[in-house]
Design a protein around this ligand. Structure first.
Ligand code: ADE
Length: 227
């Protein structure tokens, strides 16, 4: 998979993309992530990527020209499955959407800033809008990092034990069961006996029961299907 990210803050990705699973995925060549600084696609000497809104209104608007230039260059080099604008107006990211995008070859992520982006970009240049939650972030970078993490970890071979992605919370529309590690007894806080029993069938049954119980209590809407 190749992911091209268009941003005015490429440094914001230094942390999330250079540690843990994404770092490993890059090293294994399971994903190639290319960051593009939108300011490199401006034709004015101040490298400004934003301007005042026609018709007035508070806040600056991201201009179409640099976005179009950057997208045109990328699109002339390869075909993209989707050009995604991270936006609170978009389709809400969930595990199903992450599964779908983890199978794609080439994606572009556009990170917005200021008071929004020129509507013509949304109408004519991008193919999809995705939101990571019903709240407003200062820009699309954190959303792009979250989206990238959610799909890259699902690419086959990225997680050392592939079943660990399959048993993630949400993968079957239920939450994960509780997990424990050593010591068996910490200040009288004990690990459930069943997990120490060695009876694999009973342990599997217990885990499923716990997962369903937890989902009923915390996220009942996942079970009823009306999220
Ligand atoms: N940009 C600002 N807020 C956002 C959100 N909730 N999801 C995706 N992109 C965003």
């Amino acid at each position: 998979m190749r992911i091209d990210i268009i941003t005015i803050f490429p440094e914001m990705f230094d942390g999330p993309f250079n540690h843990s699973i994404i770092k490993r995925a890059k090293e294994k060549n399971s994903v190639k992530i290319h960051l593009h600084n939108l300011r490199d696609y401006t034709s004015n000497k101040y490298k400004s990527v934003d301007d005042y809104a026609f018709g007035g209104g508070a806040g600056m608007i991201m201009k179409i020209e640099p976005v179009d230039k950057c997208l045109s260059k990328l699109k002339s080099e390869r075909n993209y499955d989707e050009i995604i604008y991270l936006s609170p107006d978009g389709e809400l990211l969930d595990q199903k959407l992450a599964n779908k995008y983890s199978t794609f070859e080439n994606l572009i992520l556009l990170c917005g800033h200021y008071k929004g982006i020129d509507e013509r970009i949304r109408e004519h240049l991008i193919t999809k809008e995705i939101s990571i939650g019903n709240y407003v972030l200062s820009g699309g970078e954190l959303a792009a990092a979250v989206f990238t993490d959610s799909i890259v970890r699902l690419i086959p071979g990225v997680l050392s034990d592939e079943t660990s992605a399959l048993s993630d919370s949400f993968q079957d529309d239920i939450l994960s069961p509780p997990v424990y590690t050593r010591p068996r007894d910490y200040k009288s806080l004990k690990v459930p006996d069943i997990l120490l029993s060695g009876n694999e069938k009973e342990i599997r049954k217990w885990k499923l029961e716990q997962a369903i119980e937890r989902t009923k209590k915390r996220r009942p809407e996942l079970l009823s299907g009306d999220e």
